[in-house]
Design a binder for this molecule. Structure first.
Ligand code: RB5
Length: 143
C-alpha cells in the first residue's frame, strides 16, 4: 500500500521515524519537508492533499507541531477528510465514523511510540458506513 506522508520542520523527525518504523509494511510517497529547517506547513499539506484527493483509494499522513495547521489546510481540499489524532482510539474512530483519508498527528504533543500505535490503528480500521455514510456525505457544502 502506498501512503503519502508530509510534515513541516516540527514534524520532520517524527515523519522520518514513521517511515523507518513502517518501511516493511507501507511504501511511502514523501512530499517533504526533507530537513529540520523552518518551513511553512501549507507548502506541504496542499500537494499531499491534492494527491490524496485524486483517488478514493489514496491515504496520507500529515505531521506538524500541533496538527492544526496541517488539518486546516488539508480540509480545504474537496474529497479530503483529515482527522487530528492524538491517541489510537481517536484514530480508529476517525476511520470508523468519519472515513478519514488523511491522518494528522501533533508531533510536539505525543510520544513516538504513541504515534506508531496511532498509525497502526488508523490503517487497520475500516469505515463502518451505514449512518456514518449519510453524515460524511453532509460534510460537503455542495451536496
Ligand atoms: C511550527 O512552529 C508550528 O506552528 C507548526 O508546526 C504547527 O503546529 C502549526 O499549526
Amino acid at each position: 500500500m502506498k501512503i503519502a506522508i508530509a510534515s513541516d520542520h516540527a514534524g520532520f523527525d517524527l515523519k522520518e521515524l514513521v517511515k523507518q518504523h513502517f518501511a516493511d509494511i507501507f511504501e511511502f510517497e514523501d512530499f517533504g519537508t526533507h530537513s529540520p529547517e523552518s518551513v511553512d506547513y501549507p507548502d506541504f499539506a496542499h500537494p499531499l492533499a491534492d494527491w490524496v484527493s485524486k483517488d478514493p483509494q489514496r491515504f496520507g499522513i500529515l505531521i506538524c507541531g500541533t496538527g492544526n495547521g496541517m488539518i486546516m489546510t488539508a480540509n480545504k481540499h474537496e474529497n479530503i477528510r483529515a482527522g487530528l489524532c492524538w491517541c489510537p482510539d481517536i484514530a480508529a474512530l476517525a476511520r470508523q465514523h468519519n472515513n478519514a483519508n488523511i491522518l494528522v498527528m501533533p508531533a510536539r504533543f505525543i510520544p513516538v511510540e504513541v504515534a506508531f500505535s496511532i498509525v497502526e490503528k488508523f490503517f487497520n480500521t475500516e469505515f463502518e458506513g451505514g449512518r456514518h455514510q449519510r453524515r460524511v456525505e453532509k460534510i460537503n457544502l455542495n451536496k
